[in-house]
Design a binder for this molecule. Structure first.
Ligand code: TYD
Length: 207
């Protein structure tokens, strides 16, 4: 039996972490078993790669190197944790996945979608999500709501233009991967957004 695979995407500050916590509460309250992981990370090796990527001292890292490190961390997570669980029929959630690489590295860093797809071919061939929940809120609105950027890591220091491009990328991806994307309006209250997420998961037969 094949399990279900659901990923979460969005720009910084859209409330993704909070929504994932609300989802976990819902799943627990309803006795639904699940496995939740995150990217970059989710395995000991991938977490080590994460700390290299997000280290503010690594400012000289090339965009290509960054993209390859994300892809490397991802392949480790897929083979070690995601694939075995899906083969076992389990429900798997991942906080960020290949669409983050497409939006951040492909679009915003300017490497192009094709390059990012190529280096992530393992994921594209073997482990694509059944559903990708995209929390739709522009970076400007997200940052205003959050009360400004407190970022100390390399990515959050990249500035507004970078985040605008990430957002543009996500909107393009939502069109390209229409069948897999659920575009969720994240401008309302956390309860409203939560309800929309649950409805999308149900509509797609994830829960
Ligand atoms: P994190 O602190 O987990 O951010 P968030 O809470 O917004 O998910 O840091 C992850 C950062 O890594 C985030 O800025 C997005 C970025 N990222 C990429 O640029 N490419 C990727 O493939 C992935 C998975 C993440």
């Amino acid at each position: 039996m094949k399990g279900k695979f659901n990923t979460f995407e969005g720009c910084e500050g859209v409330g993704k972490s909070r929504q994932i916590r609300l989802l976990e509460e819902y799943l627990k309250d309803n006795g639904i078993k699940y496995y939740l992981t995150r990217e970059p990370g989710g395995t000991a090796i991938s977490e080590q790669i994460r700390s290299v990527i997000l280290d503010g001292n690594n400012a000289e890292m090339t965009d290509e190197c960054e993209a390859l490190l994300y892809a490397a961390a991802r392949v480790q997570l897929i083979k070690q944790e995601i694939e075995p669980r899906l083969k076992n029929g389990e429900l798997v959630f991942c906080d960020r996945y290949v669409d983050s690489s497409l939006a951040y590295q492909g679009k915003a860093r300017g490497l192009g979608y094709e390059f990012v797809k190529r280096i992530n071919s393992y994921a594209f061939k073997n482990a694509m999500p059944d559903l990708t929940v995209f929390l739709n809120l522009s970076p400007k609105d997200a940052f205003l709501r959050k009360g400004g950027v407190d970022g100390t890591d390399r990515l959050e220091l990249s500035g507004a233009a970078f985040h605008d491009k990430v957002y543009e990328g996500y909107l393009e991806l939502a069109k390209t991967y229409r069948d897999r994307f659920a575009v969720i309006d994240a401008s309302g209250t956390k309860e409203q957004t939560h309800a929309k997420i649950i409805a999308a998961l149900k509509a797609k037969g994830i829960i």
